[in-house]
Design a binder for this molecule. Sequence first.
Ligand code: HEM
Length: 497
Amino acid sequence: MLPLVFISAVVLVAGLFYKYIIYPACISPFSKVPRAHFSVPFASLWIRRKRPEGTNAIQTLLAAHKKHGPIVRLSPDELSVASLDGLRQIYTGGFEKAQEYEDEFMNYGIPNLVSMLQSKPHSVQKRMISNVYSKSSIQNSADLRTFSKVLLFESLFPPLQSAAQEDAAVDVYGLSQALGSDFITAFLFGIDNCSNFIRDVPARRKFMANYWAKKDGVDVKRATDELEAHVLSLCRAAETLSGNSPISRPVVHAQLSSQLFKSSISPQQKELVVASEMLDHILASIDTTTVTMTYLKWELSRNPGLQSALRKELLNLSSPLVYTPNASQGERRLPDPKELDSLPLLNAVLKEVLRVYPPTPALLDRVTPPGGAVIEGYAIPGGIRVGTSAKVMHLNEKVFSDAGSFVPERWLSDGKEESVNRIKEMNRWFWAFGCGGRMCIGNHFATHMLKSITAAIYTNYETTIVDDEGIEQEDAFLAGPVGRKLVLKFRSVNDAN
Ligand code: HEM
């Protein structure tokens, strides 16, 4: 009897040893993928240790790719990929989003573009609104032009001018959050319903307190309820506004509402679908544009020569964005959006900020399809999490020389074949907005807004650093400066002011 029990136990242990140790480590095709650590085929302990408190282990990913190349295994069921072929396959090849997107980004319990896991319903909803975010719509939008003028000339310039005159310091991180919110809410709901956070600092603080609570996982339910109630009220105001003749129309709200009008869902459901999408755009917009604006101002403030060169370029526009406090409405001009977009140095500065400080530097996780896939020559089973990090793509020394340094000039072409080809190659690796069907819908809006704000500030002011403690970028999904502040001084460069 005893030998039988003993033999059974030995067979069981041997079977388990084979299943959990020998097969995953030596025999499965998946075992051939380079490992970030010897333990990764058996357990996720190693990578979990590298990600305390929800961080993303970005430095670990960088080191692993440097050592092992374009594909690295991080745990029994997780891979990191950093190659052009890998990108194409994962993000344009029908891999669905990982579950976390649904868990973290759903609003009102209703899916939206960021949180939808399945590509079919996602592409139906995306098609309903993508035309208002296209490059040509953004550059030709009369509404965008109207509210940009109001936000820049009536909201932004007066406090900057006072700060410059009084030699007062400005926290541009907080100001960037306000700009990010006012611009996107004006586009979603019309200028009459936008957040007005540039001027209304207490309202900004209240909103941002809820925003941080949600992001930091503190008192999440209350913060989420308040944010959702706030956005629902903006949606209702936009609905009322659509019937009148507003200063600027609620472009995105009106577009999605009219598209859903054709569908068979109930009015109550429709209201929540629209609100979920609007809140999604607000949350997707504020942090990303704030991070970009903050690092852009920081880099320019560290480099007065670059500021002067940029100002020279901006003053060469046919209609430069000059602020004269007593100018009449008619004298307030914005540059032509296409001309602004074509400025080489402005473009190079923005691109380099997004390359060195991508606002979403973490792995954007997808899941291999049920039948599995071959990635970088390795057979990967179905159901494996696989992602790419913009930071890892952007710090590839073979593509970007001295990759960790901020060098906007790398994006400037001298017209010769070598530089044209080099920039083409860098553009293929530039991944701040993602790619494929789930690429950022707001990329043209963000680019236009960021260029307009940069033009407004650096045509008229010189900035210097007062306090940049904590400027290092967080290791987070949405990654801003750890100190959540950047304090600058503004000096007016316009003699007439
Ligand atoms: C510098 C600014 C921005 C950056 C760097 C950025 C980056 C990104 C990235 C990397 C993704 C892809 C996420 C993934 O695949 O998992 C994304 C998606 C998205 N972004 Fe942005 N974003 C920016 C601004 C904005 C703005 C202004 C909006 C406002 C509409 C916006 C709305 C969205 C939405 C709705 C999605 C989901 C798109 C989809 O799944 O179809 N983003 N963004």
